[in-house]
Design a protein around this ligand. Structure first.
Ligand SMILES: Nc1ncnc2c1ncn2[C@@H]1O[C@H](COP(=O)(O)OP(=O)(O)OP(=O)(O)O)[C@@H](O)[C@H]1O
Length: 236
C-alpha cells in the first residue's frame, strides 16, 4: 500500500517558491491501480517523485508498505526503493548492451553479490516475469532488437523483479500508439491484481483508461497541484 497524507511540495521560483503540489492525500491499496491524470504542469510527476521517495514533501507524510518514508535519510530511502518500490519511467532506460533477461537480473544483484543459488532463482524469476509481460522467448534480445512496446514491457518486468509492494509508473504510453498504449495499461491492471501490487499510474491520456479500470481501481485528477473529482470519476 502507498499513502500520501496531505503532501505539499514547492520548488524554488525566483525570489519565492512555486507550489507544485498542495495538500494531496491518496491511498492506493494492494492489488489495485490508481490512475492519476491532469494537464501538463499540474504536478503529476511531482506526486510520483514523492511517492518514490525521490523528493521529500515540504509537509505531509509518505507511507510506503506501512513504513513512514518521509524523514528517511538518503541511504535508507534508497534501500526502501530497492526492496519495496518498482519504478517505470517515461523513457525506457534500458542498458543497450544487456539482453532483456540480463536487464532484469541486474536488479536482483543490486543488493550485493549473489550466491549461485540466488542467481539461479533470479534467472527463473526473470524468465517468469518476461513471460508474464508477453515476452516469452525474447529474453536474449537487446533493446535495439525490440519494439517500443516490447521495451516498455521489459521496463515493467524489471520494475517487478524485486517483488515490490508498490509500482509507480510515469506515462508508460507516451511513446506508443493508442492500441499499444491500451495494451500496456491492460497489462499493468492485470499485473497489479495478480501480484497484489499497489500501482500508481500517471498518464495524461484519459482515453487509454476507458474500460480498463475495475470498480476497485481509482481515477484521480490533478489541476494546479490539487486533486479534483475527474469527469466521470466512477469506474464501472
Ligand atoms: N525542478 C523543478 N524546479 C522548479 N519548478 C519545477 C520543477 N519541476 C517541476 N516544476 C514545476 O512544478 C509544476 C508541476 O510540474 P510536474 O512536472 O510535476 O507536472 P506534470 O503534471 O508531471 O507535467 P507533465 O504532464 O508536463 O509532465 C510545474 O509548474 C513545473 O513547472
Amino acid at each position: 500500500m502507498i499513502e500520501l497524507q496531505s503532501v505539499t511540495l514547492t520548488y524554488p521560483d525566483g525570489a519565492g517558491r512555486l507550489t507544485a503540489v498542495e495538500e494531496v492525500s491518496l491511498t492506493v491499496r494492494p492489488g489495485t491501480v490508481a490512475a492519476l491524470t491532469g494537464p501538463s504542469g499540474s504536478g503529476k510527476s511531482s506526486v510520483l517523485a514523492m511517492a518514490a521517495t525521490l523528493l521529500r514533501p515540504d509537509s505531509g507524510r509518505v507511507v510506503v508498505g506501512g513504513l513512514d518514508a518521509t524523514g528517511l535519510r538518503p541511504a535508507a530511502a534508497a534501500r526502501l526503493r530497492r526492496d519495496r518500490v518498482g519504478i517505470v519511467f517515461q523513457q525506457s532506460n534500458l542498458l543497450p548492451a544487456l539482453t532483456a533477461g540480463e536487464q532484469l537480473r541486474v536488479m536482483a544483484e543490486l543488493g550485493g553479490r549473489g550466491s549461485r543459488r540466488s542467481r539461479a532463482v533470479a534467472f527463473e524469476r526473470s524468465r517468469e516475469l518476461l513471460a508474464a509481460v508477453g515476452l516469452d522467448g525474447l529474453a536474449d534480445r537487446r533493446p535495439a532488437q525490440l519494439s517500443g512496446g516490447q521495451r516498455q514491457r521489459v521496463n515493467i518486468a524489471r520494475a517487478l523483479m524485486n517483488a515490490p509492494r508498490v509500482l509507480l509508473v510515469d506515462e508508460p504510453t507516451s511513446a506508443l500508439d493508442s492500441e499499444r498504449g491500451a495494451a500496456i495499461v491492460d497489462l499493468l491492471v492485470t499485473l497489479a491484481r495478480e501480484r497484489d501490487v499497489a500501482t500508481l499510474l500517471v498518464t495524461h491520456d484519459v482515453l487509454t483508461l476507458q474500460g480498463q479500470l475495475t470498480p476497485a481501481d481509482q481515477r484521480l485528477h490533478l489541476v494546479d497541484g490539487r486533486l479534483t473529482a475527474p469527469v466521470g470519476a466512477a469506474v464501472s
